[in-house]
Design a protein around this ligand. Structure first.
Ligand code: ZN
Length: 342
């Protein structure tokens, strides 16, 4: 039998197989980023297509169907992702449609799932199955469906073709159309249990796996990803931990290669820890810096920290393409220095 993509997916898988929900024709997998929701959805899809699977089992990993699936060319499977996430840019003759969403543009791959992609799904479901089994579509992440695409998908879900399974995946349940949510059986993936996740990270060669996991909010795949940008994150934390010595210009220069969006996120997490600590809670993301966090949290009014966190969060929403990353970050650090110097 095929191994679980990640060891912490054994339990959710077994629960899913034991429940009546496994017979649903539409599923919404909901999880925080960094715990492998997409991979879990693909595992579900492969299980639905596997031709040698016993009831309740995982996919076999050996049959012809599993072979095609793993080579991404099973004729009864479609995976819908925004063009920007596709392994190769899709040669999509319809990409010039007016409903591509605000992000679309010549040259820049689209960040939304377009209505043309959802329409193509209808065509796929309307022809018979190639292998006589289930036809499966995985839609990821479904918060990137445009309103038009989501409404179109809703029609497909309202009149499901026989022997079909649609697996939607989201990291932002609040951004999924309520009508779409209500048409799907929800599968919530929990955060992995800490001990197992730390062991897994250590096995991937991550140093200080427990701290790395805490810094990633308990999401192991995020921790792995952050390892790559550890240098910039460490520079940021070292700078934020000593507000009196903080030089916003120098700090922006040291961590700009981490990317505006990521630096905003790390700064938000730092501020969340300050607020948590100020409210008498335990720091969540930066256990190693808890002394510095306590010191700052005691000297800065909570309302000022809260205002700062809100401003950073609102900047983060525009952080995708700042004209000048360094300047963008400088402004955040000037704000931070001003607030923490109170
Ligand atoms: Zn198989």
């Amino acid at each position: 039998m095929k191994k679980y993509t990640f060891p912490w997916q054994k339990e959710p898988w077994e629960q899913w197989q034991a429940g009546a929900a496994r017979r649903s024709h539409a599923v919404l997998v909901n999880a925080r980023p960094g715990i492998g929701a997409h991979e879990f959805a693909l595992f579900m899809a492969q299980a639905a297509l596997c031709e040698a699977r016993q009831h309740g089992d995982r996919p076999c990993g050996n049959c012809a169907a599993c072979g095609w699936f793993e080579a991404s060319n099973h004729p009864d499977c479609r995976v819908l992702v925004p063009e920007s996430m596709a392994p190769e840019p899709a040669a999509d003759a319809e990409s010039g449609e007016a409903d591509d969403g605000p992000q679309a543009g010549r040259g820049a791959p689209s960040k939304v799932i377009k209505i043309a992609q959802v329409r193509a799904l209808d065509a796929f479901f309307s022809v018979g199955t190639h292998r006589g089994g289930t036809r499966v579509a995985v839609i990821y992440p479904c918060e990137t469906l445009t309103v038009e695409s989501a409404n179109r998908l809703l029609k497909t879900l309202e009149e499901p073709a026989p022997d079909t399974l649609i697996i939607c995946v989201t990291h932002r349940l609040d951004a999924v159309l309520p009508t779409l949510r209500s048409r799907c059986t929800r599968v919530d993936l929990p955060l992995p249990e800490t001990g197992g996740a730390v062991a897994w990270l250590a096995g991937q060669g991550v140093d200080n796996a427990a701290d790395a996991l805490a810094e990633a909010g308990g999401a192991p795949l995020l921790a792995l990803e952050q390892q790559a940008s550890a240098e910039y994150r460490q520079a940021l934390v070292a700078g934020l931990a000593h507000p009196a010595r903080l030089d916003p210009v120098a700090l922006a220069e040291r961590c700009e290669k981490g990317g505006a969006e990521a630096v905003c996120l790390w700064t938000s997490r730092w501020l969340s820890d300050l607020l948590l600590c100020g409210n008498g809670g335990k720091v969540r993301y930066h256990p190693r810096e808890s002394q510095a966090i306590e010191r700052i949290a005691q000297s800065v009014p909570l309302a000022a920290l809260d205002g700062l966190l809100r401003r950073v969060a609102s900047r983060r929403r525009t952080a995708e393409h700042p004209l000048n990353v360094r300047l963008f970050l400088e402004e955040i650090f000037i704000d931070y220095a001003r607030v923490t110097a109170q």
